[in-house]
Design a protein around this ligand. Sequence first.
Ligand SMILES: C[S@@+](CC[C@H](N)C(=O)[O-])C[C@H]1O[C@@H](n2cnc3c(N)ncnc32)[C@H](O)[C@@H]1O
Length: 249
Amino acid sequence: MTPIVEFIQLHPVVLKVIAVVLLIHGVSGLVYLIPKVVFSRPLPIRLDYLFYPLMSVWFPVMELMRPPWWRKKWLERSGVAEGSVVLEEGFGFGTSPVIAARMVGPTGRVYALDVSPTSVGALWFRAKLYRLKNLEVILAGAKHTGLPQNSVDVVFIADAFHEFPDKEGTLKELDRVLRENGTLAILEDTRGKAKKAAALAKESGLFSLVEQDGKFRRFQKAAATHLPETSVTEEGWAAKVGRASRSNG
Ligand SMILES: C[S@@+](CC[C@H](N)C(=O)[O-])C[C@H]1O[C@@H](n2cnc3c(N)ncnc32)[C@H](O)[C@@H]1O
């Protein structure tokens, strides 16, 4: 499929209509926010719920800046292939998870997580429109995936890691859900942010850097250092039940 055909397939008229609706949604959010900022009037709903629809103003811009073939290239570089289980965190309008779902095919699975109800709503609608049965949309914060331990091959995060409020907590959660030798790929919008993300990942001791290219960093999950929560060593079990282990006589 040529890039042009791919672009048209991913952006039919209906998607442009959605983008305009989201834009109006975003602008109306802004109008709602002005009295709060100017007159310090309390708002009837939480401020962060207003902020998320505002982000949708940027969706059309992000789509133009990052065309589908560009996204596909970085997904491939991250190791997404047929049969992979992929988790994307902070997906915005959701074009990358749609592409990833096509790349992994019916034997793979894509989990797309975002904290914004606007993003989740838009991708849920797109997944239905394209009949993508292997794409699951999750409304949650980055460190609460709710996925089983050791269940994911590739975690892909594009221009979102710097927005996560608890980066250490998020890295721990990604380490938990990634399989042995699993990949964490972080693409940032500046080299500085990519460097910061790499420093944090290194500091955590959970990931080793295996590739870097401009604003892109690819890490591999470090060799297993933790025992699963349910398993204890013989000594640990002995201490727990209050008797000497066999090795101690
Ligand atoms: C700049 S946009 C990402 C753009 C998108 N990845 C792309 O490639 O076009 C950042 C996204 O991160 C999401 N986000 C911010 N904080 C988050 C958090 N704590 N957990 C999950 N997603 C979050 C935002 O809702 C937004 O959709």
